[in-house]
Design a protein around this ligand. Structure first.
Ligand code: SF4
Length: 683
C-alpha cells in the first residue's frame, strides 16, 4: 500500500534566539524533515544545522517517559500521582518550616511564554513568593538592566529588518556565524553589499575576516574600549549635537570622564592598537546608518551592565537610536525564548510586562487580574537561590528545562547547593546532570510537542505548534504546573496556553493586541502591540524614550577591571561560548546526528601557547582554574589570541563550568563567564 501522507506543521525553532520558522514534516510519529519556511519572517527560507537536522533527540532511547522519584537514595520509576503528591508534600513542608521564601523555581527559554507565565503565577499566587528566575540571569540580564536604565525598556531597540538597512555594523562580543547562523548569514549579505563592519571581539569570530577593523580587546576590558571609541567620536565631532541636546542626558558627565580615555589610554588597558580605535570610531561615527549588534561577550562580565550602557553611549552620541528608522542597540539573545521568559515575569523583581513587584500599582493590576494577593518583596536570583540552599534557608527548588549543574558557573558549588536542598524537582527530557541530583524528575514535552508562543531576539511573538504528540507518559510543562497547583488545592485559571496568553494580554498593555488567533492569522507580531487592530512596533522608540524623562541616559561609568586576572600561577584567560553544531548543554543536540559534526568539547589554544606547553593538536590537556579543573582535548587555533583559550560547554562530561567562577555582574548577578584565569598541563 501507499505510505501515509506526511503531516506538515509550521512552528518556531526551539534553539537559538533568531526564531526561524520551520515546516516540520511528520509521518508515523516521526519527524522526517524540518524545512525552513520561505515566508518565515526572520529566516526567509534559511535555517542552520541545528534547526534543520537536530530533532533526532525526540525518539532517543534515553528519553524520559515517566516520573522518577528518589527512594532509598536512588531515582526509581513512579506514577504521576505519586510524584505530584510527593512534591506537594515537600512544598508544604518547606513552607511550614521556612515560609513561602523557602521555595524557589528556575524557569528557562525551553518553556513557552505561556508556561513561563503560568509558573510565575504559580509561585506568586499559590506558593506566595517571588523566588522565580529564568536563565536570562546567566546571559542577558545585564541587557535588561542596561537597556532599561538607558532607554526605558528591556528589549533590543529595533527589529532585525531595520538593522539590516545599516551602512555600518558594529558587532561586539558575538559570533553569529556559529551561534546565530541565520543572522550571521543576513549580516554577511549586508556586508557583501557594501556595509562597513567593525568587529570587537577577543576571538577571530567568523565574520571578523570581513571586518574593516577587528578590535581584539583583552577579555574584561570592554568598557575602556567603548570609552576610547566615544572619546574619538567626541574629539572629532562625529556626534549628533542636535540629538544630544533634545533627546539625551548625561553628556557633561560623560564628556568629563572621557578625558581619561584617549585612544592611547584605551589601548593600554585593552591591548587594542590606538590607531585601530581611531579607525573604528571614524567608521561608526561617519556612517549614515550605524547599527550595534552585540552578544554575551558584552554581558557576561563583572561589569556587564556597564558594558551594555557604555556601548549604548555610542549609538546615543551618534543619534542612531530611537529615530524610528532602525539601527539602534540590539542584543542577540542566546536562547530561543529568553526574551519571552523575562517578558512573562519569570523574574524575582518584575511582574509580566516588567512592572516592579515593589510598585503597588503594578501589583494591584496583577491582583485584579489574578484575583489573589501578589507578594510585595523581590525574590531570590538564581545564584542567591543556590547560596540559600547551601545555607539551609531554601528547602525546595524546582528547575524547569535548565541543566544548572552543567551550565551554571562554578558547578561544584551548584552541585553542593542541590545536595543540600531537601527537595529538588527537575522537569526534563533526559536524565541531565541536574536531574541526576533531583529528588523528583518530571518527564516533559519538547518544543516540537507542545502549543504556545516564543518571543525571539527582536521582540517577535511567534507560534509554537505541536508537530508530534509527546511520548506516552510525558506531559507539557503547562500541564505539569496545572497538575501541581491542583494537587495543592489551587486553580490557576487559564486552562489552555491560548487562555494564558489572553490573560497576560489583559494584564500587560504592551501585549494587549496579542492572541494565538492573531498569531495564527498573521504569523508574527512584535511587542509593543497594545492594539489588536494595529501592527506591533518594530522600533521601540520614536519621539521619546521610555525613561521617566523621555531621554536616553548616557552612562559615565568608569572602566573597572574584571574579577579574575591572569597571574604567574594562572597565566591564561579562558573564554567560554558556543559552537555551530550544538546548543548550550547539548542535552538535545548531542542526541542527534549533529554529534558526528562535533563529537567533543575542545579547547582552542593559540599555537604559541601550545608550543610553550608542549601541546600538539588533539593532545589531552588538564585545565585548572582557582575553582576547579577539567580534562579537555586541545585544538590548535589562531582564532584565539595568545594568552587566551576558548572552550564550549556542550558536553557536561568535559566539566568546563567546574572552571568558571561565581563572580557576577555587580548589578544583575550575571556570571563572569568570559574571564577565568587558568593554567594548562599537557597530559
Ligand atoms: Fe534558526 Fe537559530 Fe534555529 Fe538555527 S538554531 S534554525 S539560526 S532559530
Amino acid at each position: 500500500g501507499r505510505a501515509p501522507e506526511a503531516a506538515r506543521t509550521r512552528t518556531t525553532c526551539g534553539y537559538c534566539g533568531v526564531g526561524c520558522s520551520l515546516d516540520v514534516l511528520t509521518r508515523d510519529g516521526e519527524v522526517i524533515a524540518a524545512s525552513p519556511a520561505h515566508d518565515g519572517p526572520v529566516n526567509r527560507g534559511h535555517a542552520c544545522v541545528k534547526g534543520r537536522f537536530a530533532h533526532g533527540f525526540l525518539r532517543s532511547p534515553e528519553r524520559l517517559t515517566g516520573p522518577l522519584l528518589r527512594r532509598a537514595g536512588r531515582l526509581r520509576p513512579a506514577s504521576w500521582r505519586e510524584a505530584l503528591d510527593h512534591v506537594a508534600r515537600g512544598l508544604r513542608a518547606a513552607v511550614a518550616a521556612g515560609g513561602p521564601g523557602a521555595v524557589a523555581a528556575i524557569s528557562s527559554a525551553r518553556a513557552t511564554n505561556e508556561e513561563n507565565y503560568l509558573l510565575q503565577k504559580f509561585m506568586r499566587v499559590v506558593i506566595g513568593t517571588s523566588n522565580v528566575d529564568n536563565c536570562s540571569r546567566l546571559c542577558h540580564s545585564p541587557s535588561a538592566a542596561g537597556l532599561t536604565a538607558t532607554f526605558g525598556l528591556s528589549g533590543g531597540t529595533d527589529s532585525f529588518d531595520d538593522v539590516e538597512t545599516a551602512d555600518c555594523l558594529l558587532l561586539v562580543g558575538a559570533n553569529p556565524a556559529e551561534a546565530h547562523p541565520v543572522v550571521g548569514a543576513r549580516l554577511l549579505q549586508r556586508i557583501l553589499r557594501g556595509a562597513r563592519l567593525v568587529v570587537a571581539d577577543p576571538r577571530a569570530v567568523g565574520l571578523a575576516r570581513y571586518a574593516d577593523v577587528h578590535l581584539r580587546p583583552r577579555p574584561g576590558t570592554n568598557v575602556a574600549l567603548f570609552h576610547g571609541l566615544a572619546h574619538v567620536m567626541l574629539a572629532e565631532g562625529l556626534v549628533d549635537e542636535e540629538f544630544l541636546r533634545r533627546r539625551a542626558s548625561g553628556l557633561p558627565e560623560l564628556t568629563a570622564l572621557l578625558e581619561d580615555y584617549s585612544p592611547e589610554r584605551a589601548a593600554a588597558v585593552t591591548g587594542v592598537p590606538a590607531g585601530d580605535i581611531v579607525a573604528a570610531a571614524r567608521l561608526f561615527g561617519r556612517a549614515e546608518r550605524p547599527a550595534i549588534v552585540y552578544g554575551l561577550g558584552v554581558t557576561e562580565h563583572l561589569h556587564g551592565t556597564d558594558g551594555v550602557r557604555t556601548l549604548s553611549n555610542l549609538a546615543i552620541l551618534r543619534g542612531a537610536v530611537g529615530t524610528g528608522r532602525g539601527f539602534g542597540v540590539n542584543p542577540l539573545r542566546g536562547q530561543n525564548n529568553v526574551q519571552g521568559a523575562s517578558d512573562m515575569g519569570a523574574l524575582p523583581d518584575l511582574l509580566p510586562g516588567y512592572g516592579k513587584v515593589t510598585d503597588p500599582a503594578a501589583r494591584a493590576r496583577a491582583e485584579e487580574v489574578w484575583g489573589a494577593p501578589v507578594p510585595p518583596r523581590p525574590g531570590l536570583r538564581i545564584p542567591q537561590m543556590f547560596a540559600a540552599a547551601r545555607s539551609g534557608e531554601l528547602r525546595a527548588l524546582w528547575v524547569i528545562g535548565e541543566d544548572v549543574c552543567a551550565t551554571d558557573p562554578d558547578s561544584t558549588l551548584v552541585a553542593e547547593a542541590l545536595d543540600a536542598c531537601p527537595l529538588v524537582v527537575c522537569s526534563e527530557l533526559f536524565l541531565s546532570e541536574t536531574a541526576r541530583r533531583a529528588d523528583v524528575v518530571f518527564p516533559v514535552a519538547s518544543w516540537l510537542e507542545k502549543e504556545g508562543t516564543f518571543v525571539n531576539f527582536d521582540r517577535r511573538f511567534q507560534r509554537v505548534r505541536a508537530a508530534l504528540r509527546p511520548p506516552e507518559g510525558v506531559l507539557t510543562d503547562f500541564e505539569v504546573i496545572h497538575a501541581l497547583a491542583a494537587t495543592l488545592g489551587a486553580d490557576l485559571g487559564c486552562p489552555t496556553p491560548a487562555d494564558a496568553l489572553d490573560e497576560c494580554a489583559r494584564l500587560v498593555p504592551a501585549f494587549a493586541g496579542l492572541s494565538h488567533v492573531r498569531l495564527d492569522r498573521e504569523g508574527a507580531v512584535c511587542w509593543p502591540c497594545p492594539d489588536p487592530d494595529r501592527p506591533g512596533e518594530s522600533s521601540l522608540y520614536r519621539e521619546r524614550f521610555a525613561t521617566p524623562d523621555g531621554l536616553a541616559h548616557l552612562s559615565a561609568a568608569p572602566y573597572l577591571p574584571p574579577g579574575e586576572q591572569p597571574d604567574d600561577r594562572y597565566p591564561l584567560v579562558l573564554v567560554t561560548g558556543r559552537r555551530w553544531a550544538h546548543y548550550n548543554s547539548g542535552g538535545m543536540t548531542r542526541r542527534t546526528d549533529n554529534l558526528r559534526l562535533d563529537p567533543v568539547d575542545r579547547l582552542d589554544v593559540h599555537p604559541d601557547d601550545a608550543a610553550r606547553h608542549g601541546l600538539r593538536d588533539g593532545d589531552r590537556v588538564r585545565v585548572e582554574s582557582r575553582h576547579g579543573s577539567a580534562s579537555l582535548i586541545a585544538r590548535l587555533s589562531d582564532d584565539v589570541a595568545p594568552g587566551q583559550v576558548f572552550c564550549a560547554f556542550h558536553f557536561p562530561s568535559s566539566g568546563v563550568n567546574a572552571l568558571t567562577s561565581d563572580r557576577a555582574d555587580t548589578v544583575t548577578s550575571c556570571p563572569e563567564y568570559k574571564v577565568t584565569a587558568v593554567r594548562l598541563t599537557a597530559l
